[in-house]
Design a protein around this ligand. Structure first.
Ligand SMILES: [Zn+2]
Length: 348
């Protein structure tokens, strides 16, 4: 996760935080977050559009949260995985080894960054469906570059979602999908190379110019070769393993698709873990949002009190749970199941 902008809290929570959290010294670790005062709820429409959705039928999806947690621990065991590092290469090989019998597209290029040229490797695994169109599920797998010389392993930030995508591959592999084709994307170089531009420190760069290198490359490539017209939706997973799971309602995501996500969570009995607050999240989905692709970001930014674990060496496996991975995994697959059964998807 690179950055979060305005948070929009339910009013009661906003009042509480105004007296509790925001009057406290927000710690140094969250200095990269623009901890602006919560915007009044009235300024942003956080309501979800009402949709007529297909009935709830058939067995619900069931991902293996324990297996996803095993992958997560294995990814984290490689250590920090910033761009250009030996451990980054090991994680690339680790992901590819799990996909050895799948159709994989490697999107490899060199990014011009504030720290010079760095290698970037997006990995795309493709699982064909019977319906015309593609649903993309994405997660970044690199760890925060400015923290490369620390013990930061990004267990939740990059690790949790990358592991979950490996479990999705297990769920999708060898099946004739009765719905849209699904592409799993492990995108690279999501994190800023410099500390982001919100802290007012020297050498910082604006977020827009120094992050999302990999996913932007894919979005541009798929726009120019016509692929993006076939993408019906992009579901993004980021920071999805917190044992105290609270997936945000992201106001940068596509409203109708957020409605489908909430319906999917509700059908599975997981709605208490979804959309307790609304916020505007800058994440890997933005290059596709800008190109008119419907997107939904599954992100839990309430990671520790006042988000204290984000981009710190405290982002470790002990804060996470297999149950949370399963809740997010099941809800993402249920979202796709609903999309598969909708007669027509809104264009954006
Ligand atoms: Zn991050």
């Amino acid at each position: 996760m690179s950055k979060v902008r305005n948070r929009v809290f339910p009013l009661a929570l906003a009042v509480f935080l105004a007296f509790a959290a925001f009057s406290c010294d927000s710690n140094k670790n969250t200095a990269q977050v623009e901890a602006k005062s919560p915007m009044p709820a009235a300024e942003v429409d956080t309501s979800l559009p009402k949709l007529s959705l297909p009935p709830d039928d058939g067995p619900p999806p069931k991902v293996d949260g324990e297996r996803a947690m095993k992958y997560l621990k294995e990814i984290v065991a490689f250590g920090p995985r910033p761009l250009g590092s030996a451990s980054h290469k090991k994680v690339e090989d680790y992901i590819l080894a799990h996909l050895k019998n799948d159709t994989v597209e490697n999107d490899i290029f060199t990014a011009d960054t504030p720290e010079g040229k760095l290698p970037v490797h997006n990995i795309v695994a493709k699982f064909p469906g019977t319906k015309d169109g593609i649903i993309v599920i994405a997660s970044h797998y690199d760890t925060n570059y400015p923290l490369r010389n620390t013990s930061f392993v990004g267990a939740n930030d990059g690790g949790s979602s990358s592991a979950l995508l490996l479990e999705f591959a297990n769920q999708l592999r060898g099946k004739k999908l009765d719905g849209y084709t699904v592409w799993l994307v492990w995108d690279d170089a999501e994190e800023a190379i410099k500390p982001d531009g919100s802290g007012g420190l020297p050498n910082e760069m604006p977020f827009e110019q120094d992050s999302l290198y990999g996913i932007t490359h894919l979005a541009e490539k798929w726009q120019s070769d016509g692929t993006s017209k076939q993408i019906k939706a992009l579901l993004l997973a980021d920071m999805v393993g917190d044992a105290d799971l609270n997936i945000e309602h992201d106001t940068n995501s596509t409203p109708w698709l957020e409605s489908v996500v909430y319906e999917a969570a509700t059908r599975l009995g997981y709605q208490s873990h979804f959309f307790g607050r609304s916020m505007e999240v800058d994440d890997d989905h933005i290059p596709f949002v800008k190109r008119g692709v419907p997107c939904a970001d599954f992100i839990d930014f309430s990671y520790g009190y006042n988000d204290v674990y984000w981009h710190t060496t405290q982002d470790t496996v002990d804060k996470l749970s297999s149950k949370s991975l399963a809740i997010v995994g099941d809800t993402m697959l249920e979202t796709i199941r609903i999309l598969d059964r909708m007669d027509r998807l809104p264009p954006k």
